[in-house]
Each structure stands twice: as structure tokens, then as C-alpha cells.
Design a protein around this ligand. Structure first.
Ligand code: NAP
Length: 336
């Protein structure tokens, strides 16, 4: 079966997903595109999906009988309305992060999916599909004993002028929030944020770097350094300290040079290159599940928990070092 896919939002990531579905992956075809900016949809059709129909609205695309499954890759604030419409149509939906921009929005999606009675939504937390994180999880699950501490870092060389302090949580750390929960098979109970002095490369509306400290239900303490003006490269680090040993996330492959009396290897500078292969694996997983009329991988529940945790982390940014509790509702059995 070829899954006929429609894409809502043909900006950077929507276009890249359309390319991988039509040119790299198997079992699916892009048949429909929609974007508030019609010229953007037309450009995506020309470059990656010459047979696709262009729909004036996302809702019309979702309701089209020629569309079996939908990718929501529009601006974050529009995700909730489209995901709810896709669930109402009973079709599988891949939604880029964030699932919703508020915890209440995440809950509305979970409630709609639970009422439908079957999983339909996969959230674009692609790190769970990264070979390095998968190897790290195997070590955490079977080699280093119970995890006690995690030291993680998310460093970008620079960010645009409009990037402000809460975006370090909503746009950047959101990936650590999801992947560390998955890595530890645990849930968060509290968040604290510490601010060292700001980098001189930052500006008045961005306190950078920051350290987020998360405590889990099993008692693991996690520190995540977010440093988005680190200047030297795009660098993702994760070290898990267990009772018997330590496991580190591998760095991306890089040639090691001995040159000019120095040992050197390159560090990536563009985030798009860091998890490139994992996007292919996550979308193939979506296609395979969509062919069976369902979804797998990161769920609406994971997206909802990420939104609750993000809200707590932003509240912690504003609370001068005080811990903010994270209280999760009971998980519906659909997500067990
Ligand atoms: P982008 O380049 O700005 O693309 C978003 C597109 O959606 C734009 O073409 C925009 O049109 C369109 N759009 C806005 N509102 C819409 C609506 N109501 N209906 C249909 N289309 C609409 O942004 P992006 O970088 O692709 O990011 C898109 C989403 O993917 C974001 O939620 C982002 O967080 C997520 N993302 C995830 C990853 C990841 O690593 N998983 C990476 C990148 C992005 P206009 O330009 O005219 O507004």
C-alpha cells in the first residue's frame, strides 16, 4: 500500500519532510500540500512533489478523501487546531513539535485521541530515533546500573535577535525534556533554573546560558546547560551516571586530523546536520504505522507531558532559583 500524505505548512521542515518522503523513504507519496502562503506550497510542489494538489486550507486537505495521513509542519501555534481536525477525520497524523503551545491544548488532543480509542498521532521528537541516543539507552537499560545523575548540554553557536529567555525552554530544551524522560523511563517531579552571569554575546531579553535542574520520580537529578550563544558550534552532550558506570552520548562522526602539530576534529555548526538521519527513521516509522491506520513512536501523551514540563521550566526561570513542582495527571491506558 502507498500511504497518500498531505503536508500542512511548507516552510523549512515541511519541505524537507516532503523531500524525504518522495525521494528517500518507501511506502508513501506526497499527494497534497497547503500553506497560508500559497507561493510556498507551489515552490514545494515544484521542488519535491510535482503530482501534489494544493489546498487553500489545511482543513480542506485533511478532509480530502484522497489523503490517507497528514503531516502538520506549520507554525507551532497552529498545530493544535490541525491535529484535532485530523483526529476528527480518523487519519494518522505526524505533528512537528510542539504538539500544542499550552498544556491545555495538549490535554485537548489527548482527550480527543482517547475518545477516538486508537493512537493516531506521532509527535516529531526525532532524537528517540537517533542511533547515538538508541545506543545510550541500551547502555542505560542494561549496563551501568540504576541512573543517579544526568549531565546534559544543548549548545548553539548563535540564535536570531528575536530569540528570548523562555524560548530556551519551548524551542530548544523541549528536545531534552522529551528524550531524557524516554532515556530514563521516568517522569519529572520538579524543575529549577539557575542563571550564571550572561554571555556578552547575548542581549537584554535573553539570559544565556542557563542551567535547568530536573528531578525525576525515581530520584534522578538532571542538569541541562542551555547555551545558545556558545559561539564554537552546535554541540549536544549527554552523560548518564549510573550505580556501576557512566554512559556518554557519542559525538557525531568526524575525521580526526593530526595537522600543524595539533590533534583536531570538526564540530558541527548547523543543527540541521546533527540529527539528519534520525528524521528519515522517524518518518519511515510514521509511514509504516500509518499504513496500518495507526501511529507509533512519541505520542500525544509525550507531547502533553513535554508541554506541562515546559510550562514548569518557564515558571522556574521566573522564580529566582526556587523549585517548581511538576504534577502529571494519570496516564490514560491508551498510552501504556
Ligand atoms: P517555517 O520555515 O516558518 O515554516 C512554517 C510554515 O508554516 C510557513 O510556510 C508558514 O507560512 C506556514 N504557516 C503558518 N501558519 C500556517 C497556517 N495556519 N496554516 C498553514 N500554514 C501555516 O518553520 P519551520 O522551521 O519549518 O518549523 C515548523 C514547525 O516545525 C515548528 O513548529 C518548529 O518548531 C518545528 N521544527 C521542528 C524541528 C525538529 O527538530 N523536530 C526542526 C525544525 C522545525 P508563513 O511563512 O507565511 O507564515
Amino acid at each position: 500500500m502507498t500511504v497518500r500524505i498531505g503536508v500542512i505548512g511548507t516552510g523549512a521542515i515541511g519541505r524537507d519532510h516532503a523531500r524525504r518522503i518522495n525521494q528517500v523513504l518507501g511506502g508513501a507519496k506526497i499527494v497534497a500540500l497547503s500553506d497560508v502562503n500559497r507561493a510556498s506550497a507551489e515552490a514545494a510542489r515544484k521542488d519535491f512533489a510535482p503530482d501534489a494538489m494544493i489546498f487553500e486550507t489545511g482543513e480542506a486537505l485533511i478532509d480530502s478523501p484522497g489523503v490517507d495521513a497528514v503531516l502538520v509542519t506549520s507554525w507551532g501555534a497552529t498545530h493544535e487546531q490541525y491535529v484535532l481536525a485530523v483526529i476528527a477525520a480518523g487519519k494518522p497524523c505526524f505533528c512537528e513539535k510542539p504538539l500544542a503551545t499550552t498544556a491545555e491544548g495538549g490535554k485537548r488532543i489527548v482527550d480527543a485521541e482517547v475518545a477516538h480509542g486508537k493512537r493516531l498521532v506521532q509527535v516529531g521528537f526525532m532524537r528517540r530515533y537517533d542511533a547515538g541516543y538508541i545506543a545510550l539507552k541500551q547502555a542505560v537499560d542494561s549496563k551501568i546500573g540504576a541512573p543517579i545523575m544526568v549531565h546534559a548540554a544543548h549548545r548553539n553557536p548563535a540564535v536570531p535577535e528575536q530569540y528570548v529567555t523562555p524560548m530556551a525552554i519551548h524551542d530548544t530544551m523541549i528536545h531534552e525534556i522529551d528524550v531524557l524522560r524516554w532515556l530514563l523511563d521516568d517522569d519529572y517531579v520538579s524543575a529549577r533554573v539557575l542563571f550564571p552571569r550572561s554571555s556578552t554575546r547575548s542581549h537584554a531579553r535573553l539570559r544565556d546560558p542557563q542551567i535547568v535542574i530536573l528531578e525525576t520520580a525515581k530520584g534522578t537529578i538532571i542538569d541541562v546547560e542551555i547555551f545558545v550563544n556558545c559561539h564554537y558550534g552546535y554541540d549536544i552532550q549527554c552523560q548518564v551516571v549510573g550505580e556501576d558506570g557512566i554512559a556518554n552520548l557519542p559525538d557525531p562522526m568526524a575525521i580526526s586530523l593530526r595537522l600543524d602539530a595539533k590533534k583536531q576534529s570538526e564540530i558541527l555548526t548547523d543543527w540541521k546536520d546533527r540529527f539528519l538521519a534520525s528524521y528519515d527513521v522517524e518518518l519511515q516509522d510514521f509511514i509504516n504505522a500509518a499504513a496500518k491506520g495507526t501511529a507509533s513512536g512519541p505520542s500525544s501523551w509525550d507531547g502533553y507531558v513535554a508541554a506541562i514540563t515546559s510550562d514548569a521550566c518557564v515558571a522556574a526561570q521566573e522564580s529566582e532559583g526556587a523549585a517548581i513542582s511538576i504534577n502529571l495527571p494519570d496516564r490514560p491506558s491508551l498510552y501504556n
